[in-house]
Ligand binder design. Structure first.
Ligand code: ASP
Ligand code: MG
Length: 404
């Protein structure tokens, strides 16, 4: 008898009918002779709805109370799914994060799981029950409710699969798997049969919304066998595992993209040994996330520095830099909005020189100017104007032969 962790996202549990459909899917798994632990998200867009309720009360709601509020979304789903399973003759029990023993660090809004006390779950499994756990939430050592960051139910599921040493973790969602690029925007997008943890991690971090990046990190660290598959269609999904076993010879496996990127440029920065560390420490202390960084020195001995951020963080970033102008020592700030990041990912790149060159050639041939570049062993990202984003994705997807 195996143990399977199944996770169902918001769309998959978006209505009573869909919850009944999920119950049938859980039942099938038990009929295959497996023990099942189920992790669910909040129904449909209910987390967004809770966020907007809070915004109507306060522009900057207290983070502890925000977690208190958002954690209720998943609690609705676990109880309804448990009822649905009981209705279908299965023995089920629902657990909130704390009942499931999910302990997190004491951070509100984006907590990391520090450990899971699986005893309560194990006891219920041994009693023959299906255990349904609320995703996205945990509890601190001091008994405070925390949440794991938007999209965090994936992480709950993978962390539970690791802690319970489950045979597999199935992530059921509203698409049929992981695609070479987002099928909603690119017709030629093709479903991948398998992908490696590292490739998936890059894709998730570079804007592919299909999996929470921290869930992939967990899966990689604990070697959890993951499959992303559809809750509506009975088709094979995408397996995420140690090495991409199939299609391995492909240099590029996927194209990811992300809009709402802004480039900030700091002109005339005093070129001292510590100027970079001072700037980025100041930004980090204000929880501002910086992505690509480019520095160039001028003839006068000062430096110009550009970095990319999410457009939402622009006002705050400019304010922090202006407030610290004296200490940081620069002449002028400049910002360019309406940019996007387009990235190609594939573990075959490590051993294939010329992939970046080919990417730049393709963009140039399509008259797309590159504003910034960053690379790792298995990805190349280029920042371009937002209006060129989808054109760039289509062109790269075709040139690297990722389509059907
Ligand atoms: N309900 C949470 C969200 O919408 C967590 C999740 O769905 O994974 O972000
Ligand atoms: Mg999700």
């Amino acid at each position: 008898m195996g143990l399977i962790v199944q996770k169902f996202g918001g769309t998959s549990v978006g209505s009573p009918e869909r919850i009944l459909n999920v119950a049938a899917c859980v039942k099938e798994e038990t009929e295959r002779g497996n023990n099942v632990v189920v992790v669910v998200s909040a129904m449909g867009k209910s987390t967004d709805h809770l966020v907007s309720l809070a915004k109507e009360i306060s522009a900057q709601p207290n983070k502890r109370e925000m977690d208190m509020l958002l954690s209720t979304g998943e609690q609705v789903t676990i109880s309804l799914l448990s009822m649905a399973l009981n209705q279908q003759g299965l023995n089920a029990v629902s657990f909130t994060g704390w009942q499931a023993g999910i302990v997190t660090e004491p951070v509100h809004g984006n907590a990391r799981i520090s450990n899971i006390n699986t005893e309560a779950i194990q006891t219920q499994i041994a009693a023959g029950k299906v255990v349904i756990v609320a995703g996205f939430q945990g509890i601190t050592e001091d008994g405070e409710i925390t949440t794991l960051g938007r999209g965090g139910s994936d992480t709950t599921a993978v962390a539970l699969a690791a802690a319970l040493k489950a045979d597999k973790c199935d992530i059921y969602t509203d698409v049929t798997g992981v695609f070479t690029t987002d099928p909603r925007y690119v017709k030629a997008a093709r479903k991948l049969l398998s992908i490696s943890y590292d490739e998936m991690l890059e894709l998730a971090n570079l804007g592919a919304g299909v999996l929470h990046p921290r869930a992939v990190e967990f899966a990689k660290n604990y070697q959890v066998r993951l499959e992303v598959r559809s809750s509506m269609e009975k088709t094979e999904g995408t397996i995420i595992e140690g090495e991409a076993t199939m299609e391995q010879n492909l240099v590029v496996r996927g194209v990811a993209f992300e809009d709402e990127i802004t480039r900030v440029t700091v002109l005339g920065l005093t070129n001292s040994l510590t100027s970079l560390s001072t700037i980025f420490t100041t930004l980090a202390e204000n929880h501002l996330n910086v992505d690509i960084i480019i520095q160039s020195t001028t003839e006068g001995g000062t430096a110009n520095l550009s970095f990319s951020i999410h457009t939402n963080d622009l006002l705050e970033t400019l304010k922090v830099l202006e407030d610290n102008k004296e200490v940081l020592g620069y002449d002028q700030l400049d910002a360019e909005n309406k940019l996007a990041k387009v990235s190609i990912v594939g573990s075959g790149m490590v051993s294939n020189p010329g992939v970046a060159a080919k990417m730049f050639e393709i963009l140039a041939a399509n008259n797309i100017q590159i504003k910034m570049v960053s690379t790792s062993e298995i990805k190349v990202s280029a920042v371009v104007e937002e209006k060129h984003m989808l054109g760039a994705v289509e062109a790269l997807h075709a040139a690297f032969e990722l389509g059907e």
